[in-house]
Structures are given as C-alpha cells and as structure tokens.
Design a protein around this ligand. Structure first.
Ligand code: UDP
Length: 466
C-alpha cells in the first residue's frame, strides 16, 4: 500500500474519460475511473451537463473530477426526452469544440491530459485528440465478441457490410456460428437505428485503423473471450474487466459498493425482504435502464412468476408507469410472493445469498454483474448487443439459458416457466449451469485481483501511457 501511495506521488497521469450519459455507459466509465484513481492517476470524467445533473449523486474520490462536454443553452425539462438521434446530432455538432476547449484548458492550467478515453457513440473525440496531439483510446463497454462482429462487418479492408443478404451470419474461430438472430440487432438492415449505428461503429473502426498506435479498452477479461480478442489482434485490445465495484469483485476496497452514478432513485426496503428468503430461492427480474417492454410481455412475465410459486424481486422503472400497471395486475387477484421496485442496487441484489437466478435483457453490464456474483441467467434479449450476449451465456459459457420469443417477439409464460425450471431446478442442466456459474465467478474475480490478467493490463495501460 505504502508503495502504491509512493507510485501515486510519482505518477503524472491525467485521464479524461468521455462517455454518453446512459446508465450502461456511466457505470463502467465510473468504475474504470475509480480503478485508475486507485492506481494513482488523476481522472476527469466528461459528459453532457444534463447527464451530470441527472446523476443522483456523483461519487467523491480524491483524484476524480467531472466536466461537461456539452452545455445546453436552455433548461427545459423536455430536453430529457429529446429524441436519441437529434441528441446525437447535437452532441456531434457542439461536442468537438467543447472537448477541444477542455483539453486546451487542462494544458493551460498545467494539468495536460495524458490519455483521452472515449466511449461508444463518440468517435469524433478521437479526431479532437489527434488534432491536439493527445493520445487516445476507445473504451468499448460491450463484450469483445460484439467488437469482433462489428469489425468483421465494418472494417475497410474486407468488411462484409453491404455484400451479404438480409440474414447475415458470422464465423469466429472457436465459437459457434452467429446467425442473424445472434449478431447485434443494429447490423440487421430493417432495424430503425441501423443506418445511424452502423455509421457510428464504422467511424469508430476507421478511426482506429488510421492510427495503429491507438488501442481499445474492453470491459471483459482474457479467459472469457480469448477467441474474440485473438480475432481482432490487429486492434491492440486491452481487456480491463470486469469493471465492478471493488467490494463485489477484487475485494481491494470494501467501501466501494456501488458504481455511484445512478440516474434513477432506488428503493431501500427490499433488503429486509431478501434477508427473509431462503438461499438461492428468489428470481431477480430486470430489463436494465433503456428497454421498454410491451404490456403483453409484462403480463407473460408476471403470470410465469406467480405460477412458478417462487419469490421474485422485479425492477419496473416508474418512469414508464410500468410499476403501476403491474400493481393493478396484482390487485386483480394474482398476488404472488413478490415485490416490485422502481430501481435497486443491482450489484448488491445479485450478490445477496437469496438470489437464485436473474431474468435479464442481457445488457453487457448486467451479464457481467451476474457472472461475478455466480448467478445463473435467463436471457431475454431485446436489442443491440443483447442478442450476442445471450447466445454466449447459453452456448459458450454455459451460465444460463436464452429464452425463446414467439413470432410477435413475446416470450410466453410457458417458455419462462420452462427456463425457470431448468436454471432453478434439480435437473442435470441446472446443476451444470450452476457449476459453470461458480467457475466463471472465480475466473472473473481472479482476473481483477493482483496478478490477474485484467489487473496486469491496467498496469500496462498506466505504463504505456506514461
Ligand atoms: N441497474 C441498477 N439497478 C437496477 C437496474 C439496473 O443499478 O434496478 C444497473 C445495472 O447494475 C447495470 C446497468 O444498470 O450496471 C444497466 O446496464 P446494462 O448494460 O445491463 O443495460 P442497459 O441499461 O444499458 O440496457
């Protein structure tokens, strides 16, 4: 520790991490920042001023500060609901100048940025850094397999985008074939976000191709995705995950129990309820911060949970009035042994001994958090990379099952009940899944502990960006 503190004093790193202010990007960015600060770096986290305001309470840590890279002119609350696409366009038109000003201000103040880390959706940040001769790194907060698939489609040498039919499939050596239902949904031409997201990811990849010295930080660990990391060997991939609050992962800082950047207000009253439940008995259900489920889908989940006869904790974000709808169902005589909350401390819930499985939309953070907690998964992917994550969970890591949706894209109650019986039951598959979940939990924790691959990679990052 004393040695680390000494390193702290000698270390002149100043990282600027810029990210898009949605929960799935905020959490790993914050954790990466905290890990770097623990290694003696100074870190500034940059996002929109509105994003900074929406975060309920920002973490306070010596060496960590926050800055805005986009100041809205007005304070109209309707901005919160701004269409995603116009939000992106605004960020692109104003963000580069603001980011450039910020980098120059740090230089003038005698605190030059030694590495600009920019996350998905902000490829223009690399050009700003290059113009000011600041080194940069792309922070890919999805899994390396998704990065590999995007690279196969969009690289400028032999990318297959546009050269194949509407049901593309992809081979990655050592992994099962990825069919059109397994690749990120943005790569499927009829997806409404397809053209914008393809352009963005293409730009990300081209920026990296133009600067062979730049590298990509990925929230994964080497043992988990060796094949995919190898498949993009020309991209200088550095695995630094799983990025999780230390108390639930490497255990080096037991006070670090949350990411510290929630956009939603948490309920508090569910821990007592969880404490009252037997070990591995509770079904935890959450579809993350963005997915909006159809009413019919919520009904199917609700009936499956009640009919399973098992206790459940279900996150239904009140911003969509979802909670109210399901409360109505409960009042209609379908009460089960369950509680519904608008938001919870997911990392704490998943590490609670009462949790038996996680019914999830398969967002990458949720998948990793479940893995680190050794909790089996029922994957119900909705969009983006979630389809690929659910396939990896089911067919590659064997830590859960992927629920099958019907033609209307609804997962029916019988399918849920079947999946619940598999992962919670005493059958061979359930035992195997729980065994694999325990194995990957151990490997994930080892990766970030002293001497583990991701631990060493973070040290290498600090060394090469000196
Ligand atoms: N999360 C949380 N409480 C909740 C639901 C989600 O803290 O009630 C956190 C979760 O721990 C994860 C993030 O929100 O870190 C969601 O990220 P993910 O990539 O899983 O999904 P997204 O919200 O981006 O679709």
């Amino acid at each position: 520790m004393a040695q680390e503190q000494q390193a702290t004093l000698m270390n002149n790193h100043h990282y600027l991490i810029v990210f898009f202010p949605v929960q799935g990007h905020i959490n790993p960015s914050l954790q990466l920042a905290k890990n770097l600060v623990r290694n003696g770096a100074k870190v500034t986290l940059g996002t929109t001023n509105r994003g900074l305001k929406q975060i309920k309470s920002l973490p306070t840590l010596k060496g960590l500060s926050f800055a805005s890279i986009l100041d809205y002119q007005d304070n109209d609350d309707s901005q919160t609901h701004k269409e995603f696409l116009s939000y992106l366009a605004e960020l692109r038109s104003i963000g580069p100048q603001n980011l450039s000003n910020l980098l120059q201000k740090f230089l003038a103040d005698g605190e030059p940025v030694t590495l600009l880390v920019y996350s998905i959706i902000l490829p223009w940040a690399a050009a700003v850094a290059r113009d000011l001769q600041v080194p940069s790194a792309f922070f890919f907060n999805q899994c390396a397999t998704v990065l590999t698939i995007y690279h196969r489609f969009l690289n400028s040498q032999d990318g297959i985008h546009g050269k194949i039919n509407s049901s593309p499939s992809i081979e990655v050596s050592g992994l099962p074939l990825f069919s059109s239902s397994d690749i990120p949904t943005f790569l499927i031409p009829d997806n409404p976000f397809s053209s914008v997201m393809i352009k963005l990811m293409q730009e990300h990849i081209h920026v990296l191709e133009q600067d062979p010295r730049s590298f990509v930080l990925v929230n994964t660990f080497e043992e988990l995705e060796q094949e995919s990391i190898k498949a993009v060997a020309n991209m200088n991939v550095i695995a630094v995950g799983p990025l999780m609050p230390s108390a639930f992962c490497d255990g080096s800082d037991l006070t670090d129990k949350s990411f510290g950047g929630d956009l939603f207000c948490q309920s508090k009253d569910y821990f007592e309820w969880l404490d009252s439940k037997p070990k591995r008995s509770v079904i935890y259900v959450s579809f993350g911060s963005l997915a909006v489920l159809k009413k019919e889908q919520k009904e199917e989940i609700f009936h499956a949970l009640v009919e399973s006869g098992r206790p459940f904790l279900w996150v239904l974000r009140s911003s969509n009035n979802e909670e109210e709808e399901v409360h109505k169902m409960m009042e209609n005589g379908l009460n089960g042994d369950g509680i519904i909350v608008p938001w919870c401390s997911q990392v704490e819930v998943l590490s609670h001994r009462s949790i038996g499985c996680f019914v999830t939309h398969s967002g990458w953070n949720s998948t990793l958090e479940s893995m680190v907690s050794g909790v089996p998964i029922i994957g119900c992917p909705q969009f983006s990379d979630q389809t690929t994550n659910a396939k990896m969970v089911d067919e590659v890591w064997g830590i859960g099952v992927r629920a099958k949706a019907n033609e209307e894209n609804i997962i029916e109650r019988d399918e849920f009940k079947k999946c619940l019986d598999i992962v919670m039951g005493d059958g061979d598959r359930g035992k195997e899944i729980r065994g694999n979940a325990g194995k990957w939990k151990g490997l994930a924790i080892e990766a970030v502990k002293e001497g583990g691959y991701s631990y060493n990679n973070l040290k290498i990052l600090l060394e090469i960006t000196r």
